[in-house]
Every structure is written in structure tokens, then in C-alpha cells.
Design a protein around this ligand. Structure first.
Ligand code: COA
Length: 198
């Protein structure tokens, strides 16, 4: 059976919160995220989305099993830590739509689902209206990080092909516990942006 994409908005995302948590803990365990997640951290993370009537989950579903997810939310509904760098640089948070994550199990990659995740989220921002930009952020890791696999392929070109530009002046911090560490550490997250055809 083919993978189907379905979207859920606002309160309708609540039925899929545990699927997103499972995928995030599984997929983000790999480099560069190295996220040693737990359900407590996930519950707190997802609150922002649960509380927004305009949040979006796009789910990739194979024979009833959720195998991938992409999320989005108006920047205005995000936390202060995310809005701050934009406000400081003169952007209006009301005009920016933020993508939380794209996570897809490895065996489903390379079939165009990641591209569709971007199209669906940009399409949703267009439908909502009033947004001039979409953005997301990615973790910074040193090139010589000891856990970087020799064959690791960064997603930068994939993102550039979707029309996104890295904005080194727009950064925030996220804290999580890395695989093999005993406590949370801060990570620098750099934003990527794309101007929408408004
Ligand atoms: C990001 C992620 C979701 C991308 O998923 P994906 O489904 O493999 O991506 P796609 O297949 O849509 O696109 C990958 C490339 O394959 C191409 N492609 C599209 N359809 C294809 C097909 N049928 N066959 C082969 N390649 C295809 C795409 O065009 C793209 O190449 P391009 O950038 O040169 O255009 C996935 O890599 C992932 O889960 N990574 C780990 C988590 C992560 O780092 N997420 C990002 C930060 S939140």
C-alpha cells in the first residue's frame, strides 16, 4: 500500500501527539540531533502546538502506521525564545510561519515525502494568509564532532532546493540531553527562511 499524507489542524493534532513523540525520539537520536528523548520532554515540547488553533501536523501514513510527520505553527504562537531573534532583527512575528520538524523513518526516504512535507506546510501558510515568510531552524554541530558518521550528508542542499536560505544572524538556543550524556546542554539553532509569493 502507498504512503498517504494527511493533515491535522489545531485540536485535531491531539490524537497524534504520541506518534510525533515516538518519531522524534527515534529519528532525532541520530546525528546531528543526537537527542536522547523522553516522554516528559516531549509532552512539554508539544504543548505549544496543542495550545495553538492554527498548528499543523502533516502525517505520512503507511497501512495505518504513522511513519513520518512534519509540523508547523504561526511564529506568533511560538515561545518567546523563538520569536525573540526575529523581533530583534525587525521582523514581524505575525508575518512568519514556522516549521517545527520533518521526521521520516529511514526506509521511507528518497521517495519525495520530504518535498511534499514542505509543499503541504507552505500551502497551509498560504491558505491561512498574512504570512510573508516560512522558516525553520537546524542544529549547529562542529564538523569534527566525534559522533558525526563518516557518510553523513547534511540537508543544506535539500533545503536550498526548496528555496530556503540560511540566516546566520537569526539563531536561538534549545536544550536537550544528548545521547551518552547525563544532563541537558544548550544547542545553537540557526534559522533558514524563504519568502512566500504573496
Ligand atoms: C528531512 C527528511 C524528512 C527528508 O525526507 P525524504 O522523503 O527523504 O526527502 P525527499 O525524498 O522528498 O527528497 C530528497 C531528495 O530526493 C529527491 N526525490 C524526490 N522524489 C524522489 C523519488 N521518487 N526518488 C528519488 N529521489 C526523489 C528530492 O527531489 C530531493 O532531492 P533535491 O533536494 O535534489 O530536490 C528526512 O531526510 C529525515 O527525516 N531526516 C532526519 C530528520 C531531520 O534531520 N529533519 C530535518 C530537521 S527537522
Amino acid at each position: 500500500m502507498a504512503v498517504v499524507l494527511k493533515r491535522f489542524i489545531g485540536a485535531d493534532i491531539n490524537d497524534y501527539v504520541s506518534d510525533l513523540a515516538r518519531l522524534r525520539m527515534d529519528v532525532f537520536r541520530s546525528f546531528p540531533y543526537l537527542y536522547d528523548g523522553d516522554m516528559g520532554y516531549e509532552a512539554e515540547y508539544i504543548q505549544t502546538y496543542s495550545q495553538s488553533p492554527r498548528s499543523l501536523f502533516v502525517l505520512a501514513i503507511d497501512a495505518g502506521r504513522v511513519v513520518g510527520a512534519a509540523t508547523g505553527i504561526p511564529m506568533a504562537d511560538e515561545t518567546e525564545a523563538f520569536r525573540k531573534p526575529f523581533v530583534e532583527r525587525g521582523y514581524d512575528p505575525d508575518s512568519i510561519f514556522y516549521f517545527g520538524e520533518s521526521v521520516l523513518l529511514p526506509e521511507y526516504r528518497g521517495q519525495g515525502i520530504g518535498v511534499a512535507f514542505f509543499e503541504q506546510r507552505e500551502g497551509y501558510a498560504d491558505e491561512l494568509g498574512g504570512f510573508t515568510h516560512c522558516c525553520f531552524c537546524a542544529v549547529e554541530r562542529p564538523l569534527n564532532h566525534p559522533l558525526r558518521p563518516a557518510d553523513y550528508q547534511a540537508l543544506d542542499d535539500f533545503w536550498r532546493h526548496r528555496g530556503y536560505e540560511k540566516k546566520p544572524e537569526l539563531t536561538t538556543e534549545y536544550r536537550w540531553k544528548d545521547v551518552g550524556q547525563s544532563s541537558e546542554t544548550a544547542k545553537t539553532m540557526t534559522f533558514w527562511m524563504k519568502k512566500l509569493n504573496t
